[in-house]
Design a protein around this ligand. Structure first.
Ligand SMILES: [Zn+2]
Length: 138
């Protein structure tokens, strides 16, 4: 496999360890993924205020996009049950329970624990009843 030397950590790494970057002649970034991540974290820490201000400025300049983005996030959170979390004032630690492949709901950990048995089908039955009690009383 072809390898490339990272300009930051000087390690010889396979191309899969580099982000794609159109401005570079070989199409890959000169820093490896790990170094890029570290750089971004450091940059954010150092320029936190600027980064936050830039985001705010962008939000003010793009009110429509900001609104769309926020409402998308909101419906995503709602789908995950965060609104229930808020309404019920659950300050207890929560567990995430998969209702099916796409949906996850938060359950207070102490309640979720009570449904946990060695028998998975029984656990599922009890958890489903718990979800019904917590989420279906609208
Ligand atoms: Zn590196």
């Amino acid at each position: 496999m072809e390898k490339k030397k990272c300009c930051s950590c000087k390690k010889l790494l396979p191309y899969s360890e580099y982000h794609k970057c159109k401005t570079h002649s070989d199409g890959f970034s000169s820093k490896c993924k790990k170094c890029t991540h570290n750089y971004r974290v450091r940059y954010y820490r150092k320029h936190r205020e600027t980064a936050i201000n830039n985001t705010r400025k962008w939000q003010l300049d793009n009110p429509n996009k900001t609104r769309d983005y926020k409402s998308k996030c909101k419906s995503k959170r709602r789908k995950l049950g965060f609104n229930k979390l808020k309404e019920n004032d659950w300050y207890e630690p929560i567990d995430w329970h998969h209702v099916n492949d796409n949906d996850v709901v938060p359950l207070p950990r102490y309640l979720h624990r009570m449904t946990q048995t060695g028998d998975t089908s029984k656990h599922r039955r009890l958890t489903n009843r718990l979800i019904k009690i917590l989420y279906d009383n609208e």
